[in-house]
Design a protein around this ligand. Structure first.
Ligand code: AMP
Length: 292
């Protein structure tokens, strides 16, 4: 089995990366908040197309709102180390918050537009925190490619736009959503669910699936799709909808008509746990009308 290193400081990462670059090795990077599952591991596997794979484990305080779950977010570095080893990582970067943020830290990366909808709307400041930490991590790791899950579809779109806008030379690779056998999207936050809530949580993927079928069967009016998905979720007494919305998957602009790359995304509270899920479907309205 290959050797995997765990480091906590930016300088240690820089030394290792410098050495790898001197040898002409390519670097794949997987940023995470830890409490790893098969979803994260699928990104680490995908990053295996590079010579070296770096995983960061950092629960980033500045992407959590004051009433969110920063303090209770699950953490287990020993378990995560094993999961990284299993998946074939070469280096874990697991800094303390003080390593990433000096007491007088005052520089942030912010975005207008793509962060106005969905989670950006429900979680003010969230993407400012995400863009800032991902920029920092990119500057530390300087990866050739970085891997993000479609599970966080808005985040994936935002990071693609940010790297383009800031001319960051890292290629962003999107990876499919990994699900439990019954369809629930894997998430570190699933651990918050009690058995009843775990059952109830299935309503999210099931309802989104119905939405996808409606679009597949030729429905053009996305508002009708959203109304149907919402009504299905509302049937579950433990579920409370934060949002269900259709947007363009690349720009995150709201859309009414099924045309282009459509992202239908949902955020739903199951009890106190906020879960997100989505699907992306491609339609060409011109084709549809030609076939009509
Ligand atoms: P997190 O640790 O939740 O910040 O997630 C770190 C990365 O793993 C992000 O790019 C997520 O989109 C990705 N990820 C989380 N859950 C899944 C999943 N079920 N399938 C695929 N990717 C995932």
């Amino acid at each position: 089995m290959k050797k995997m290193k765990i480091v906590k400081t930016i300088n240690e990462v820089r030394e290792i990366i410098k050495d790898w670059k001197k040898q002409g090795l390519s670097i794949g990077f997987v940023p995470t908040m830890g409490y790893l599952h098969e979803g994260h591991q699928s990104l680490i596997h995908a990053a295996g197309e590079n010579d070296k794979v770096v995983v960061s484990i950092f629960v980033n305080p500045i992407q959590f709102g004051p009433n969110e779950d920063f303090a209770s977010y699950p953490r287990d570095i020993d378990r995560d180390t094993e999961k990284c080893r299993e998946a074939g990582a070469d280096l874990i970067f697991a800094p303390e918050a003080s390593e990433m943020y000096e007491p007088d830290f005052c520089t942030f990366v912010d975005m207008n537009g793509p962060t106005d909808e969905l989670c950006g709307k429900s979680r003010p400041g969230h993407f400012r925190g995400v863009c800032t930490v991902v920029s920092k991590l990119f500057n530390i790791v300087t990866p050739d490619k970085a891997y993000f899950g479609q599970k966080d579809a808005q985040q994936l779109a935002v990071i693609r736009i940010m790297t383009r806008d800031l001319s960051i030379g890292t290629e962003i690779v999107g990876c499919p959503i990994i699900r439990e056998e019954d369809g629930l999207a894997k998430s570190s936050r699933n651990t918050y669910l009690n058995p009843n809530e775990r059952k109830a949580a299935l309503v999210i993927s099931r309802s989104l699936n119905e939405g996808r079928k409606i679009i597949e069967s030729g429905e053009i009016d996305l508002n009708k799709v959203i109304v149907k998905v919402k009504s299905l979720i509302e049937k579950e007494p433990l579920a409370k909808i934060d949002y269900v919305k259709a947007v363009n998957a690349d720009s995150i602009k709201p859309i009414d008509k099924a045309d282009g790359r459509i992202l239908v995304a949902a955020a739903v509270y199951i009890g106190k746990t906020r879960l997100i899920d989505n699907f992306i479907i491609e339609r060409n309205a011109a084709d549809d009308s030609n076939n009509a």
